[in-house]
Design a protein around this ligand. Structure first.
Ligand code: F6P
Length: 547
């Protein structure tokens, strides 16, 4: 492929940007009563309103032309067909097969993966329902009251986010805990709330070698034995989800307690696989099926809808537009939903581990920006933390706002206020408040002219700040499945546009390697002297201070 920035379609967008950059959305809304109608669409129970963006029909046309020039449709087909598009690891990318509810064959190396997918899914479902209905008990015959998922990254963020998001659908008979951090405070806190004979540990690790997860799993096992469990009781209290069956067995988890998945499932795309076993325990086999169905519906939409009406593609185009032409450095993801409070963290790994790259697929350094920093927090809390900067700061930060029309939990009077704030914030970011409006307001309050003039500039809102609104009826399993798949596909589309491999993560390796080297230096008898002076001194300072 020619260099992205040399493509005529890229240059056309550059030229178009110069005509747009100083234009104002407010004028476009005034001039076109149909702007919402033109720039919104519905799919899989989700309404996407993208009319509050600094785009015209021409912007979109140019972006779609660029998408076609980089063969987005071809890449999409290659992913769904099971081609090894993860080129640096030589792997297919088939999280879509895990939720392939149509059950059409999907081939990797000539073999249909669907029988194995269906088999593990059925075993997960049977296990989950047995824990839920009390048929699966602890070693002393007591019901399971606490489920502890031990994993990190994709083996934690997805299950944690979904279990919390769907807490309205989860069994109230159990509590769900997620231990990820190697900081002992994390596991100690969880263990202090549980009892060995009623706790089920789920060890989730694609590789079954991740340092944090292995240590947390060993600590959990040692605690279990220390509290009264016997070696033979481990089988009633420890299960695992992994691609590395041999390592899990070596850890002591019997084969019948292992839920397998495969190298073509990326860690950050793995909640649909055996990694979702904690989700299945929480919301049941049927609930998990509904989650998969919602994601499958979004897969079909992504596969079949023309680019112009394709929700993941549109969201990706907007990210390209602002990242590469407006120079946006970050993107806020703001669910107006307490139960979705982990969604920003989850999408952070999805987008930044996937597209935080500066080398393209062909090994060339890129000369354009790739993934923006993804961050956010649940509303309305964030209105009282970082919204000041969104409204009046010097940074240009586009944002996704998410909300359900109906509450997860009905508490009289709350949801209307939540929604009013959601809508008000997107309106405020767009319309802002002019000097003339502020002056009029202050005059109406009878403020003295001198005070008024001093205060006036502080009360002006520039506006013209872009947002997407994603609205759905309820945060039910189908809708959540569709929402997650939407973000997954959006991320893939951006990777295609930037010509990066969205499915490897070499950037996490160096720190892991150095930590292996530093550990014995920190705990050994000799002071460190083989690093730069900062690193040596940090190690040696900590050696002194740590006792
Ligand atoms: O942070 C790197 C990473 O490999 C992630 O991609 C992955 O989700 C996480 O570590 C955990 O890996 P594993 O599931 O193999 O323990």
């Amino acid at each position: 492929m020619s260099k992205l920035t040399d493509l005529p379609q890229w240059k056309a967008l550059n030229g178009h940007f110069k005509t747009i950059e100083n234009q104002d959305m407010r004028d476009w809304f005034m001039a076109d009563a149909n702007r919402f109608k033109t720039l919104s669409l519905q799919a899989c129970g989700i309404l996407l309103d993208y009319s509050k963006n600094r785009i015209t029909s021409e912007t979109l046309e140019l972006l779609f032309t660029l998408a076609r020039a980089v063969n987005l449709e071809g890449w999409r087909e290659r992913m769904f067909k099971g081609e090894k598009i993860n080129n640096t690891e030589g792997r297919a990318v088939l999280h879509v097969a895990l939720r392939n509810r149509s059950n059409t064959p999907v081939f990797v190396d000539g073999a249909d993966v669907m029988p194995a997918v269906n088999d593990v899914l059925a075993r997960m479902g049977t296990f989950a329902d047995a824990v839920r209905n009390g048929a699966w008990t602890g070693a002393t015959g007591k019901r399971i009251t606490d489920v502890v998922n031990i994993g990190i990254g994709g083996s934690d963020l997805g299950p944690n986010m979904v279990t919390e998001a769907l807490s309205a659908y989860a069994s109230k008979e159990m509590r769900y805990h997620f231990v990820s951090n190697v900081d002992g405070a994390h596991i100690a806190h969880v263990l202090s709330q549980t009892s060995w004979d009623t706790t089920l540990f789920i060890i989730c690790s694609k590789t079954f070698t991740t340092q944090e997860t292995m240590l947390n799993a060993q600590t959990a096992r040692a605690w279990f034995i220390d509290q009264g469990g016997r070696d033979k009781d481990v089988a009633r209290h420890f299960v695992a989800a992994t691609t590395n069956v041999a390592a899990a067995e070596k850890f002591g988890i019997p084969k019948e307690n292992l839920f397998e998945f495969w190298d073509w499932v990326g860690g950050r795309f793995s909640l649909w696989s055996a990694v979702g076993v904690s989700i299945a325990v929480a919301i049941g086999k049927d609930g998990f099926s509904r989650l998969l169905s919602g994601a499958h519906a979004m897969d079909r939409h992504f596969q079949d809808a023309p680019l112009e009406q394709n929700m993941p593609v549109i969201l990706a185009m907007l990210r390209i537009w602002y990242t590469n032409f407006f120079g946006a450095q970050s993107w806020a993801v703001i669910p107006f939903s307490q139960n979705l409070r982990w969604f920003p963290d989850y999408t952070q790994q999805g987008t930044m581990e996937s597209n935080g790259k500066s080398t393209d697929r062909d090994g060339q350094a890129v000369d354009y920006a790739t993934s923006p920093v993804t961050w956010g927090k649940a509303g309305t809390d964030c209105q009282h933390s970082f919204f000041q900067l969104l409204h009046q700061g010097t940074k240009f930060i586009p944002a996704d706002f998410l909300a359900a029309a109906q509450p997860d939990v009905l508490v009289e009077g709350h949801h209307d206020i939540l929604l009013a704030n959601f809508i008000a914030q997107t309106e405020a970011l767009m319309v802002g408040k002019t000097e003339a409006q502020v002056r009029q307001e202050l005059q109406a309050q009878g403020m003295k002219p001198e005070t008024l003039e001093a205060l006036l500039p502080h009360k002006v809102f520039p506006g013209n700040r872009p947002t997407n609104s994603l609205v759905y009826t309820r945060l039910d399993p189908e809708t959540l499945g569709a929402l997650i798949a939407l973000y997954e596909h959006m991320t893939f589309v951006q990777g295609v546009m930037w010509n990066v491999n969205s499915f490897d993560q070499w950037g996490v390796e160096l720190g892991k390697q150095l930590a292996q080297r530093i550990l014995p230096e920190l705990t050994g008898t000799k002071p460190a002297d083989s690093h730069d002076s900062s690193t040596n001194n940090l190690i040696n300072f900590m050696r002194k201070m740590r006792h």
